[in-house]
Ligand binder design. Sequence first.
Ligand SMILES: Nc1ncnc2c1ncn2[C@@H]1O[C@H](COP(=O)(O)OP(=O)(O)OP(=O)(O)O)[C@@H](O)[C@H]1O
Ligand SMILES: [Mg+2]
Length: 536
Amino acid sequence: MNIRILPPHLRQQIAAGEVIERPASVVKELIENALDAGAQQIVVEIEHGGRQLIRVSDDGAGIASDEVSLAFERFATSKIYDSRDIEAVRTFGFRGEALPSIAAVSRVQVVTRPRRAALGTCAQIEAGQLLAVSEAGARLGTTIEVRDLFYNIPVRRKFLRSVRVELSHIIGVFTTFAVAFPEQAWTLICDGKALFELSATSYRDRLLALYGQEVTARLDMLDCEGLSGRLWGSVCRDPMVAHRSYRFFVNRRPVRHARLYRAVHAALGGTGMLLLFLEIAPELVDVNVHPAKREVRFRDEEGVYDLVFGALSRHFAGEKRYAGGVAEGQAPYGTAASAKAAQTFHAIGQVENTFVLAAGQGLLYLIDQHAAHERVLYDRLMEAIARGAPPRRQLIAPQVLMLAARELEVLERHRSDMEACGLSFDQFGPGAVAVRTIPDCLPARQAESFCRRLIQRLRDDMIERRGETIPQMIACLAAIKAGTPLPLAEQQQLLQGWSQSERAHACAHNRPVYFQLSLDEVRRKIGRTAGSCGEA
Ligand SMILES: Nc1ncnc2c1ncn2[C@@H]1O[C@H](COP(=O)(O)OP(=O)(O)OP(=O)(O)O)[C@@H](O)[C@H]1O
Ligand SMILES: [Mg+2]
């Protein structure tokens, strides 16, 4: 057989096949374009599982009339200019392939108007051919209508699954973006019925709107920082909540990553639900791996793996040992022995952003959030010191501190104690030190204020005058401060960690952590006995 160059329409169809696999791929590409255009409201309309119609409307930047036909050319993009831009892509799109791919395998109509234009543009493209372009009255933003997907590729059309299956893929794409972008308003209309109408809100309220109260209440918040970046999200490994529903986002781009998936699978025991958001410098991640941009590669695969696996393991290590034990008994303050009593208690809320109010087994507790967190951090630190493995956080850029002679002297005097806790520093010219690592209970952004406050305590002779140790100082400085608002999930998480402590009743400085009140006593005091008024 002779070798031939394929005709353009066939080349286009083959290329389109890599980007557009099914109706949900069209929805994904159009949503991404809307987000890249700065849309605040995105409406997705579907007919017949997307086979008949997919329409995505946004209120974003719009396309200038003289660029509308160009937008449907291959490799036409407004998002990158040169090869350096590919190394640090901040937009969803950059390949200039989505619109021409969609148009190669369907009948497309675009109506668009940028803010500056009085009139909009309407264009029709069919099987990659521009049929018509005209001026048109149009709302601000862009509406792209895709009809009869794969009408010109019967074999692809045959491979489409039932309307129900295709719709479930579309709903998957829609909800994935909607959860990652709570600050946008989203609507999904299927065959004339609104399936989702989500107004712009917070992440937590978006979870509530998408997954309901029951699931949201069982999702724990994750939030930690590592060398590779910040990791946050929601997790739960209860099989009753979900079965292996794991979603990963890198800089809010939904992605697949086999290694991360395995890390998560192992940490969650192959079940449960996870929404994991990794925030990382765009230079450290390569999104140009697959035409559909579903997969990513990290420059430091190991670092990202450690960050994810470490965060989940720490989270679940706490949960495994959690027996919910806090003090019981008559004394207002619990004792070490009574702290082991296995009771389950639940955070109800904060009082003055300082005390966590919790209930369990007929008792109410007011727990000093700072003291409880200090206890958790202190125990962890002491355990690590005993193992000779202080958990340290390497600072990407060393924190340089200019110090007075007395400060340099106390710092030098306590150097080995500080190193045992994960804090290391070098002399950095006259009167300056460069802090290289800090204990990992502190986020990197607090390195400077932490070091300054620690040095101040050392300079004030807190060790000599008050008998305070360096681990106590570190736990105290790193613990949540009184007056800090905490979401309920974080209050519960704090209680979980704290209740495992052998010395839950006392903070690192041995002051009481909580006050408890028996509900029986409350009933007695206010005369609520069986049969009193108001009983159900
Ligand atoms: N909803 C929209 N609002 C404003 N401009 C848009 C919209 N959709 C597409 N465009 C413009 O059309 C261009 C081509 O879009 P297309 O999706 O084909 O490529 P891309 O987004 O640049 O890259 P990719 O192929 O990776 O998605 C975009 O670069 C953008 O300038
Ligand atoms: Mg695009």
